[in-house]
Ligand binder design. Structure first.
Ligand code: SF4
Length: 302
């Protein structure tokens, strides 16, 4: 059995920055309640490590960032790496909260592009995932931003002006291009601004270039969009099997037995300790497949 550690993988700069901002905020404000508006990044281990530092989280499936703000009445609110709309910033200000912004610079760049286009009276076709906080934040910037989750959504829109096609930063390169092509069929004169961030792009390209792999293991949280995309890209690139696991606790011998070449990668919100545990175990198993089952995972520190 051969184990291929895909490079690059794991934390991107935006996630490292968001975690550092959260840690600094707690350290510099020891007597102030600090609340994160949503999951800091889509990884339960990182969330748990932040909770250990004293950060409270408000998060509920189906509730928008602006609604979640109702649950924060004092202290500091941290906006996550996914970014928020201007309405959320304004509401936090009106409530007297101190806002700390951990929005990823790549998301800020994407917001600036959308704002500028709307100010110029253009419409934006924004390709993204329904319910994802980044898409929610960007679509809320203006009534001129239209969320496109699939090709069918394009047909529902008419009479758009001076169209810009852009997208969420963590989409699959392949899916995004397919929807861009469909948008162009209806709006052939549209401008295109591909905003898949460099971290997402190079992690996906590294998976696309893998050869002769029997199994791709993606270490990442089930809520992490970029982790899902790595799995889907692997399958679309001809790898016969791909699995998304939270940590080594989800790895089973049935998944790996009789595989000759296993590649391991991880989402950009996955702590490197979790991926290392998987790789270390696979390498030991490759040496001697009879001697043990995967170990229990250790707690992650940030
Ligand atoms: S995946 Fe990209 S956009 Fe998201 S936090 Fe990382 S660098 Fe920023």
């Amino acid at each position: 059995m051969e184990i291929i550690s895909v490079i690059p993988r794991g934390y991107c700069q935006g996630v490292v920055r968001a975690i550092q901002i959260a840690k600094n905020t707690v350290r510099e404000n020891p007597h102030v309640p600090v609340t994160m508006l949503g999951m800091i990044v889509h990884n339960q281990y990182v969330v748990h490590a932040c909770q250990q530092l004293g950060i409270r989280f408000v998060e509920e499936a189906g509730r928008s960032r602006i609604d979640l703000l109702d649950d924060i009445n004092e202290g500091i609110v941290i906006f996550t790496a996914h970014g928020v709309s201007d309405d959320v910033r304004q509401k936090a200000l009106c409530k007297g909260l101190t806002a700390v912004d951990a929005t990823c610079p790549d998301v800020i760049k994407s917001h600036e592009l959308v704002r500028a286009h709307c100010a110029d009276h253009g419409d934006v076709l924004y390709i993204g995932k329904q319910g994802h906080p980044e898409a929610e934040g960007t679509v809320s910037l203006s009534d001129r931003v239209h969320l496109i989750t699939c090709c069918a959504d394009i047909e529902k829109l008419n009479h758009l002006n001076h169209v810009l096609i852009t997208n969420q930063t963590t989409l699959s390169l392949l899916d995004c291009q397919r929807i861009i092509d469909a948008c162009l069929k209806k709006y052939p004169q549209a401008q295109i601004a591909s905003e898949i961030c460099p971290a997402t792009r190079i992690r996906q390209q590294a998976v696309m270039h893998l050869k002769n792999i029997d199994l791709l293991i993606v270490v990442g949280d089930v809520r992490s969009n970029n982790s899902h995309q790595l799995k889907e890209i692997g399958l679309s690139s001809g790898i016969p099997e791909a699995v998304l696991i939270d940590s080594i606790q989800d790895l089973t011998i049935d998944m790996i037995k009789e595989k000759d070449r296993i590649a391991v990668t991880s989402g950009s919100s996955t702590p490197s300790e979790l991926t290392k545990q998987v790789i270390d175990f696979l390498q030991e198993y490759a040496q001697d497949p009879h001697w043990k089952n995967p170990p229990q995972t250790a707690e992650v520190k940030i």
